[in-house]
Design a protein around this ligand. Sequence first.
Ligand code: DX5
Ligand code: ZN
Length: 216
Amino acid sequence: MNHLIAPSLLAADFNNLKSEVEFINKSDADWLHLDIMDGVFVPNISFGFPVLEKVADVCEKPMDAHLMIVEPQKFITEFGKLGIHMLNVHYEACTHLNRVVNQIKEAGMKAAVTLNPHTPVHLLKDIISEVDMILLMSVNPGYGAQKFIPNTLSKVSELKLMIEEKGLNTLIEIDGGVNFDTAPQLLEHGADVLVSGSFVFSASDRFETIRKLKAL
Ligand code: DX5
Ligand code: ZN
């Protein structure tokens, strides 16, 4: 499979949100990544439903929502109504992860489980066959423009092996510090979807940056 690129709206110019989403529509990006933070699960607050509804009105690409919130099960129906394609919940935020994953699928979305940098891949053994994607955080969630944690590379290899051994086609997504230096290494280790926020949105030629990330 050719890898996918999912620019993160967190790094966009929020004074011009509509035109930023239109930029994603016109670009070679595959998905739009939406970072939702509650100030409890992570030490930052981003945006919620009033903003997401406006983004969804304009966005023509599949939306990949990353919930950095406690009790994500409370909002699954609302995310389904927004037309979210892939809903990512954190392993660390779900006591009843199997139930949450089933609720996401019942609401008509693809389900993904996200791991913080310190959470080992082997904990996915009994959930991986239920989900469409695993998102490995390559920074501590909460902020854009942080430094890539190199240990992520061995986690990607370990996860790829687990997926192959089980004969699954689960996607591996990586989020945090993705750029022209880290992206090729991540792809070499088996990543399928790359989120990129600050690198894409601060580039002098943003269309070309996405095109180049796609072409790696
Ligand atoms: C971090 C978010 C990321 C972030 C990535 O909490 O989940 O999606 O926006 O930003 P960059 O690409 O700038 O590291
Ligand atoms: Zn994210």
